[in-house]
Design a protein around this ligand. Structure first.
Ligand SMILES: [Fe+2]
Length: 376
């Protein structure tokens, strides 16, 4: 199984993972035969890339959390974020009844997020392997909710690797699920489709950490760690972030973790302004970012648990050969075993190259298009 942009759909490919509509109902089941028309349909629903299986990359692998839990989590986050529409309307006409209703909405929301965080933490703690081996595929319509859930998944996996306590993992999970809650209090439709650092909309975007914090600060059910994450997830280690321009030693560790996972998820997601980066490209961007924005030591540790070329990825090698990653050595993830496909006198030949043994060879890049003869 491998992720490809929809432009690269080829006959003979099948859908590698079930995909869902914005509301969480099944849009297309795993195993569906794919063609250009199916690609058009998926685009209408806001998808730009999908997981596929084909003759080269036929094995599927599990999501980091169960699909059922992911779909349910996205739905729950959406419900919670949208409950604030009611909240906002009420805040415009302040009366004691409205204040009480607002309080009820806010406390119900935090209770739901706390329960959801517990479910995601326990699902991840029950898994044997805790590396980040896949990117989350989102649709443009439900981006904010899917992003919130995936940042929680990434943060918990990373937090477990760092040996954080259960209490901190829980805070990390709730904080990640709520980190962008402040977007509810600004005109998110105006922001959609723009990069976060787009100068024209930056004035709108830069308020979301404080708006989110303002909303949560009096809620006694929400821990100080969570509130800090919401407020600080865009602070940069060089002091040039927002809202306060805090320096590295003033930013809480959990906020730095969420900032890293936020950036990674953003880079590996499709956006209206650019296509998703492959994990390896995202890692390189993050190393550059670590000079100014992210905590350099934490970035190094994060990169150790993200697999740049997961099993199933089709790659070209520096000698021009094409192959599929068949086994990853977690200590040397840039040097996997690659099953090379080659056409020799009219027939396809397969053989494995172990890049740990063949030092002269490197992965050149991820390939999406595969010559027809290799697909049958
Ligand atoms: Fe944010």
């Amino acid at each position: 199984m491998r992720r490809i942009p929809l432009d690269h759909l080829q006959e003979g490919m099948k859908l590698g993972r079930t995909i869902y509509t914005e509301d969480g109902s099944i849009l297309m089941r795993e195993g569906t035969e794919l063609n250009k028309d199916v690609g058009k349909k998926l685009r209408k629903y806001g998808y730009e890339s999908i997981y596929v299986t084909d003759a080269l990359s036929s094995e599927s692998f599990d999501d980091m959390i169960s699909s059922k839990l992911r779909v349910m989590s996205v739905k729950e986050v959406k419900n919670v974020f949208q409950s604030f529409d009611t909240y906002q309307r009420r805040i415009n006409s302040i009366s004691s009844t409205n204040l009480n209703v607002n309080k009820k909405i806010a406390y119900e929301a935090s209770g739901k997020m706390s329960k959801l965080a517990t479910d995601i933490v326990s699902d991840l703690m029950n898994k044997k392997h805790n590396e980040i081996n896949m990117v989350d595929i989102k649709n443009s319509k439900g981006y904010l909710y899917q992003h919130s859930v995936n940042v929680a998944v990434l943060s918990i996996v990373f937090g477990m690797k760092l040996g954080l306590t259960q209490k901190k993992l829980q805070a990390l999970a709730v904080g990640s699920l709520l980190h962008d809650i402040g977007f509810n209090f600004i005109d998110y439709d105006q922001i959609k489709g723009h990069a976060e650092d787009d100068i024209e909309i930056f004035d709108l975007v830069k308020d979301h950490p404080e708006k989110g914090y303002e909303y949560l600060k009096d809620n006694v059910d929400i821990s100080a760690h969570v509130k800090q994450i919401v407020l600080q997830h865009h602070e940069w280690c060089n002091g040039e972030g927002y809202p306060y321009g805090l320096k590295s030693n003033e930013i809480a560790e959990l906020s730095k973790i969420v900032a890293i996972c936020d950036v990674y998820d953003n880079l590996t997601s499709d956006h209206l302004y650019r296509a998703a980066y492959e994990p390896q490209e995202a890692q390189e961007h993050m190393m550059v970012e670590s000079v100014k924005r992210l905590d350099a030591d934490l970035v190094k540790q994060f990169i150790k648990i993200t697999i740049p070329y997961p099993v199933g990825t089709v790659v070209s090698l520096t000698n021009g050969e094409l192959g599929v990653v068949e086994d990853v050595n977690l200590d040397y993830p840039l040097r996997p075993k690659v099953k090379v496909v080659k056409q020799v006198v009219g027939r396809v030949e397969l053989y494995t190259r172990d890049l740990m043994e063949e030092h002269h060879l490197l992965i050149n890049k991820v390939e999406y298009e595969i010559p027809e003869e290799y697909l049958n």
